[in-house]
Design a protein around this ligand. Sequence first.
Ligand code: FUC
Length: 763
Amino acid sequence: MASHGDRLWLAAPAARWLDAFPLGNGRLGAMVLGGVERERLALNHENLWRGKTRDREVAPAAQHLPDIREALLAGRLTEGAELATTYLSGHERRVQPYQPVGDLTIRCDGHADVTDYRRTLELATGICTVSYRHGGTTYTRETFASAEHGGIVVRMAADTPGLLTATIALDRIDDPECTLHRWTDGNRFGFEGRFVEGVTFAAEARVVVQGGTCVPGAGAALEIAGADEFLLVLAMAVDYSSPDPVGQCAAQLDAVPLDFRLLREAHVAEHRALYDRVTLDLGQTPDAEALPLNERIARVRDGHDDVGLAALFFQLGRYLLMASSRHCEQPANLQGLWNEDLEPAWNADFHHDINLQMNYWPAEVCNLPECAEPLFAYLKRNIPAAAQVARNLYGCRGIYLAITGDVWNAATPEAPGWDVWTGAAAWLAEHLWWRYEYTCDDAFLHDEVYPFYRLVAEFYEDYLVRDAQGRLVPVPSQSPENSVVGGASPVTLCVGATMDLLLIRDVLTRCLQMSEQLGVDADRRAVWQGMLRALAPLQIGKFGQLQEWLEDYEEGEPGHRHVSHLIGVFPGDQMTPERLPEFYQAARVSLERRLAQGGGHTGWSRSWVIGLWARFFEAERAHEDLLHLIADWVTDSMLDLHPPQIFQIDGNFGGTAGIAEMLLQSHGGVVRLLPALPAAWSSGFVTGLRARGGLAVDMTWREGRLREVRLNSARDGVCRLAWPEDGALTCNGQYLPMCEGICEVAVEAGAHYLLQPAAAFTR
Ligand code: FUC
């Protein structure tokens, strides 16, 4: 069961969209602002994007590659970059923006003067409740996004019969690019929208009123007077993957049971089935839960810790992943599922050089694997266009994904300059690999992971070239999104960025492993082995740092928010104290330097640092950065911010993954228990985290010492565990030898194991 603390609450309505509470069922989203005289639900549908019919053809340009390479390999970076940008970079405009559907408003005239106001988001149920007293009557609104019945459900009630009077309306901001047709019919109302490019969409509400009267209002609206309560169910549809959105909404509302209790029960059961898999208790800060969320955040800003808030941040990340990426077609975009602007920052698109990946860092470890399915589907849908662009731009087989994407599966470069980067497919492939590592699902390896990796490897087989020293290097290459000092101004393109080399190494190593395991493509193995041997090595630079590029260039921005070259530490695992230890140490120097020069200056960047510190076993520094993240980079409703004040959901997900990383790590063949537990979290428990190898892990600790671990394995095997303290252990009551901090447990599928320090056992 969820702990009592899984609740966000505030004592005032949101003055801006950013401070509202997000609801979502994966497909449909609503930001609930919680207004009194005017409640606003800002509505979204995952498939509502501009640009459907835009020309995405990419003309052949591979013939220019030799000149580009010649310049870059000769160190004429500016010239090479200019040529590359001219020929390999894409369309003038960026990808097309994700759009708001519209607003559902509930106007209660005269309610300005209220007491006992409270708005709450219960993470465990996914229900947002707004309540207040006005003129001796308590008004309550409960809202949720039902995955079970596919709509947004609102119930509003007055505890004095006959005192609920409200106007409910559906509308959309003025948009010259969209025609809108509004209508009301009996107790149903809605609109149909059409963008100039042809996409159509619809929203429809069906209302049941108890007591009082209900008459049509102007446009798409109902006027309710003297009622006890009303129930509203809202449907939204877009003709993205199925036609006739108006018909879809109508059919859905015809079929929906108009019974609040039933809708609520079905929703809560479905929601809890995912949410309750993980519980986290890091202790409580006295009186903190009695404070509204904005005051708790303000106290952290003032330098006070709030351990309950860290756990809440963690669970909010899980909640947001469920809300924006379950049972749906699109992965979580830059804003997850929620956007109110016609021109959102970075189009609220899919950014492939950190942001989309970070959205999915928590999926496996935090026990929400089904929430990664939309990402996998997105990758698959992009393959045909990605193969075509690889051919046209680079003359390569395999696939190329650009630095940004949208829902039109186009894979075309559309971020001028930045899109001359070839690492996106390799980085996104890691998520397929991690799914395999967590589940050990051989069928998934065969059907999904290997075919995708095979295409990525094919690209690099054709793309890599030899430098003057005979080393295999990617050219052009980029370390997103930093630049090197050289020429007239800093330039992003060069030869052999460390991130690209790390990604290529992962691709080739895994292809070798998979092809052996699956017994396929034996003839390719010699090729991949040869490439691995010839691939340019990692380098340690003049400060003892892991170089960001093959050459020890000066960074254009030494405090850059991206730490691309550190993916080998986190979320990747090429560098650990055991594997490449000297580079692991050098990576730490790089991190220190980055932070000393102002790195970590966005929410997502700061959250990446948490995971990195956890991999360096620096509990206190990880904790410090978590507090920074909460103090500096969240809204009143604890949504992550990118400067200046832009909601960007990746920092929520990166922070959640970072917290998980502090508690449990399972890369490199060892499950590390409490590898970076800060002093502030001295006593607590976590249940339901997942570790690589098909394990579910529960842990309880007190006074900083691990007291109890429960393991459940999905398969037979041997689990190697790093216990954080010395001493003897027992497993299911039997003595368990530990050697240099590692113990081995032979696990059987479906069996449970209880591990305890032997002292605790004998007491
Ligand atoms: C990357 C970052 C920016 C921003 C954008 C959406 O390009 O460098 O900070 O997060 O994605």
